[in-house]
Write a protein that binds this ligand. Structure first.
Ligand SMILES: NC(=O)c1ccc[n+]([C@@H]2O[C@H](COP(=O)([O-])OP(=O)(O)OC[C@H]3O[C@@H](n4cnc5c(N)ncnc54)[C@H](OP(=O)(O)O)[C@@H]3O)[C@@H](O)[C@H]2O)c1
Length: 299
């Protein structure tokens, strides 16, 4: 089996490791040249391609069993989103509709759901977000749905906020003393451990026939409010709760906040996926223990 991972960053690297362990021939794309690949990826073949460049993307045409697009915005703004997701989808479609892989996996985001009333959302819920970056993700998904309708085997995974080894945003905010409680702290956060993202990708690859043309949410079992999360962290770490801010917004925000609970029922029912880290509690503990072992903070 030959797999092409486009965007071999936080998720792509963990996926590549799993695929290599399965004996898959892994090709990994990054935008910048890789000077020193991690030892665990020594067997991968590296490509340097900027997928926003149509001519460069043509190099990727070939006979692939699986193509997984894990490219992110690298924390860029609206213009980066437009180039990296929407325009690049056009370039990628051009080559992969000519020579389709067995399955093309597009990683999207649960930010496509703009709901603000805390309701549960499924893959059939409306995707009408208020902010522009999320609208670009919706338009990008639309491109891939069109490709699927035209016969290309495409699966779309909508990922919740990813955390895991070395990347634990809320824990880091808490430890750095930058966390705040305010009127938005009662909204739900939806999260997913990186390992469970990788297992979801493997599940769609293992059930390519079933997953083609489908959209799946990838979130854990326990949407949680920031207030509850910080309460748990305060208890675990023996520290006070973050300060309460009222009136003005505690932290300047670049986006409108959503409030929804993302259901993972379809992924479980159709592909048998189960999260190894069902809630942030199981997922954060190993990271807390790791930081404690490494003397990552003063208690
Ligand atoms: N992080 C989250 O909480 C979250 C939530 C929902 C969905 N997602 C989605 O999940 C996927 C994986 O995210 P991640 O956290 O693993 O991302 P990441 O760590 O930021 O890695 C992104 C990778 O994409 C590559 N890349 C960026 N622009 C590129 C371009 N123009 N051409 C080629 N490669 C390019 C980067 O290469 P270089 O390192 O060489 O620049 C990097 O290897 C992404 O699709 C992201 O949108 C993430």
């Amino acid at each position: 089996m030959r797999a092409l991972i486009i965007g071999c960053g936080y998720v792509g690297t963990a996926l590549a490791e799993q695929l290599l362990q399965r004996g898959v021939e892994v090709h990994a794309v990054r935008r910048q040249a890789v000077e020193l690949a991690p030892p665990s990826l020594a067997a991968a073949r590296w490509w340097t391609v900027d997928i926003t460049q149509r001519d460069a993307v043509r190099q990727l045409q070939g006979k692939w069993d699986a193509v997984i697009n894990c490219v992110s915005s690298s924390r860029g703004g609206v213009e980066v989103y437009r180039q990296v997701f929407l325009e690049a989808a056009g370039h990628l479609r051009e080559i992969f509709t000519v020579a389709p892989p067995v399955l093309y996996v597009h990683l999207s985001s649960t930010s496509v759901y703009g709901q603000t009333d805390g309701q549960w959302v499924t893959e059939d819920s409306p995707t009408e977000p208020a902010n522009e970056t999320a609208r670009i993700l919706v338009a990008t998904e639309h491109q891939w749905r069109e490709a699927a309708a035209g016969g290309m085997p495409v699966a779309i995974l909508r990922l919740a906020g990813i955390y895991g080894p070395g990347r634990c945003y809320w824990l880091n905010q808490f430890l750095a003393g930058q966390a705040r409680l305010d009127e938005s702290s009662g909204r739900f956060l939806n999260m997913i451990h990186r390992e469970d993202v990788v297992q979801a990708i493997l599940a769609v690859l293992d059930h390519a026939g079933r997953a083609a043309g489908r959209v799946y949410n990838v979130a854990d079992d326990g949407p949680v409010t920031a207030r509850e999360l910080f309460g748990w962290l305060a208890q675990q770490l023996g520290r006070p709760l973050p300060p309460e801010m009222s009136g003005e917004v505690a932290v300047p925000r670049k986006r409108a906040l959503t409030n929804k609970r993302v259901s993972n029922a379809r992924l479980k029912a159709e592909l048998g996926w189960r999260p190894r880290y069902p809630t942030y509690r199981e997922g954060f503990l190993p990271e807390i223990q790791r930081l404690q072992r490494e003397g990552g903070w003063e208690s």
